[in-house]
Design a binder for this molecule. Structure first.
Ligand SMILES: [Zn+2]
Length: 383
């Protein structure tokens, strides 16, 4: 609809300032549109048809959402705290003082493929598992921000140590849940184009992949306790205690942890989770594990049910019958109010106290699970 005409003719000066203001408004609008251009797609897809029917049949699905086994609050009341004030005025050191050291990829050492087990951590929860000659990528996030917007939201503390086109040929790509720091649209699109591996995801997450152009025959959706065989590996979707959602809707898709089992070697990845009794069950059913990839960052006593504290992660590792403990979910995105390096300081102390074998690689550094590098505290010199 047109605006009604102003009475009288504008002067030249009025016309110029009017068009400048109009241009500025247009530029502002264009800026907003540009900033928001990918947001609707990044929010992902909605469950519909057979996918929605399958979700509704899951024992984890009640009402209109997925549920944890135990009632779990994502936020606990903390009357003595103002989280927003802490976020803005808090004295926590939320970034390193100098650049996080990155390690460039090297060739995997030549070993008997039947015994091969190496872990390459790329930062946050993005990990390459090299197991018995197979290559499995976990929760790959290569974008600058974990956010629906390219211009707003938590930003990386370091670059990815490798480009996506430098990754080896993958046998499987595993996603633990649909939060932005684990499931990244741009990364999924690039991996879809460059690789041919299937995406294994918890129930419902296939709707997002669908929307982003992943072919249906490359999407494998699993419920808790379901196993899928791929490339001679047994990959099991295991329970976790967390939540999901990329937009306003909560828990419309499932969250999980992963067991990756070869003929001889076994790896466990927590995904995001609070500490719960599921670890002892997973350890009994699928352990012992040669290595556990344990979530240690993003905790707070305001949300104890959905992210473990480092000390709890050590207990979980022992419940799981884990061998080597390799921490993830720290150093790349600081999503909570703690110092950026506090998770790994607390972890190191607890691992020593409880005699747990620990490896803390730099992003990009390969850890040979049977011969891990000693922990050298590299993060303390840049904290
Ligand atoms: Zn996370």
């Amino acid at each position: 609809m047109r605006a009604p005409r102003e009475p009288g003719r504008p002067t030249t000066g009025q016309r110029i300032s009017g068009s400048v203001a109009g241009l500025a408004a247009l530029a502002g609008l264009a800026g907003l549109v540009w900033a928001a251009r990918d947001i609707p797609a990044a929010l992902g897809g909605r469950l519909a048809g057979a996918r929605a029917e399958r979700a509704a049949r899951s024992p984890q699905f009640r009402g209109d959402a997925f549920h944890n086994r135990a009632a779990t609050r994502t936020m606990a009341p903390a009357p003595d705290r103002n989280l927003l004030r802490e976020l803005i005025f808090g004295k926590q050191k939320r970034r390193p003082s100098v650049a996080v050291p990155l390690v460039r990829p090297t060739r995997a050492p030549e070993v008997d493929p039947a015994r091969e087990l190496n872990i390459v951590w790329y930062g946050h929860a993005s990990v390459l598992v090299e197991i018995e000659g197979r290559r499995v990528l976990l929760d790959p996030v290569w974008s600058e921000r974990c956010s629906p917007s390219a211009t707003i939201g938590p930003r990386r503390l370091h670059e990815p140590p490798v480009r996506l086109d430098e990754l080896p040929r993958l046998d499987a790509i595993l996603i633990s849940h649909d939060h932005y720091d684990h499931l990244d649209m741009a990364t999924v699109r690039e991996l879809t184009a460059r690789q041919s591996a299937p995406f294994l995801v918890p129930l419902g997450v296939g709707a997002h992949l669908d929307r982003w152009g992943v072919p249906a025959d490359r999407i494998v959706e699993l419920d808790w306790s379901q196993t899928h065989r791929v490339a001679d590996l047994e990959i099991t979707c295991a329970v976790a205690q967390h939540f999901s959602g990329r937009g306003l809707r909560r828990n419309g898709t499932l969250w999980n942890s992963w067991v990756v089992a070869g003929h001889q070697r076994r790896v466990y990845y927590t995904g995001d989770s609070g500490y719960f009794e599921g670890y002892a069950e997973i350890g009994a059913a699928h352990g012992p594990f040669d290595v556990t990839l344990m979530q240690i960052g993003a905790y707070d006593r305001a949300w104890p049910g959905i992210h473990m504290f480092p000390e709890e992660a050590v207990t979980a590792h022992l419940d799981l019958r884990g061998g080597l403990f390799l921490p993830v979910h720290w150093a790349t995105f600081n999503l909570a109010l703690h110092d950026w390096s506090e998770p790994v300081d607390r972890l190191w102390a607890e691992a020593k106290a409880r005699d747990v074998r620990l490896a803390v690689p730099r992003p990009g550094e390969r850890v040979v699970v049977d011969d891990p590098p000693p922990v050298d505290g590299w993060w303390q010199s840049i904290a």
